[in-house]
Design a protein around this ligand. Structure first.
Ligand code: FES
Ligand code: FES
Length: 169
């Protein structure tokens, strides 16, 4: 009953919270328990399945999104933490982020995706990183690109075309 639920300390902690965010340029909202991961919130509540979930432990990088522009693991972020914030994923519409658009085109040209599982996260990390490199007037070399990509695991192991695609952009 409602009364039982309200009086139960554990269930009370799991009360639903409304989370309002800007997702890929659009105002969205959903309901989330305090422990719900951002990755699950995006995929299951908002239908944004472009963000993939691999390890759920912050290791593989597949779930990487940008929160207020900064790359972050969606599996290490709680949904309630993005209330009032801007979240961008691989589903960012074309024309909203020139660097992300260029990366997507370069990945296609270089055949930088095999199964595609790791791709969304790599694109979001790379877009954030390249934007910051440009802001500081830096042109990264291959070693720097490989270092940035070290936060991502590609189970298909095809790293060379990924490096080449990021290098091109
Ligand atoms: Fe988040 Fe692997 S699913 S880092
Ligand atoms: Fe398959 Fe990277 S392309 S995991």
């Amino acid at each position: 009953s409602t009364e039982t639920r309200m009086n139960h300390p554990v269930l009370e902690r799991e009360a639903l919270h409304t989370v309002r965010l800007t997702l890929n340029g659009r105002a969205r909202s959903g309901q989330a328990q305090p422990r719900l991961l951002l990755s699950d919130f995006l995929r299951h509540q908002l239908g944004a399945t472009g963000t993939h979930v691999g390890c759920e432990h912050g290791v593989c990088g597949a779930c990487t999104v940008r929160i207020d522009g900064v790359a972050a693991r969606a599996c290490l972020t709680l949904a309630v933490q993005v209330d009032g914030r801007q979240v961008d994923t691989v589903e960012t519409p074309q024309g909203h982020d020139a660097i992300l658009d260029a990366l997507k085109a370069a990945f296609k040209r270089h055949h930088a995706l095999q199964c595609g599982f790791c791709t969304a996260g790599i694109l979001m990390s790379s877009a954030d990183w390249l934007q910051r490199q440009r802001a500081h007037g830096q042109v990264p070399d291959e070693a720097a690109v490989r270092d940035m990509l070290s936060g991502h695991l590609c189970r298909c192991t095809g790293y060379t075309p990924i490096v080449n695609a990021v290098m091109e952009v």
